[in-house]
Design a binder for this molecule. Structure first.
Ligand SMILES: [Zn+2]
Length: 92
């Protein structure tokens, strides 16, 4: 088994390793992993927040559409259901 003498990419400490693809010393590897986990968690939270915002917008838009239709229905003297049904009849 061969060993390699490598400098850590972060702290430039000499590392003796058996893997030529090693880039970081053990300490930096640990802190890198932690940073990656934090970053991954942050990314996940950002994505979840974004999806939440998007859902809120979709819900708001559909609520706005429903109340707009309901207002139209009231103007036409129909219930919401009858109005929507009459719309469907027209478009079919
Ligand atoms: Zn290091």
């Amino acid at each position: 088994m061969s060993t390699y003498l490598i400098k850590c990419d972060i702290c430039e400490k000499d590392i003796i390793t058996q893997h030529c693809n090693t880039k970081y010393c053990l300490d930096c590897k640990k802190s890198m992993r932690k940073k990656q986990q934090v970053a991954a968690h942050k990314k996940y939270e950002e994505k979840a927040n974004q999806e939440y915002e998007e859902n809120i917008i979709i819900i708001r838009n559909s609520n706005a559409r429903i109340s707009a239709i309901a207002a139209e229905a009231r103007k036409a003297g129909l219930t919401y259901g009858k109005y929507v049904a009459s719309l469907r009849e027209v478009t079919q």
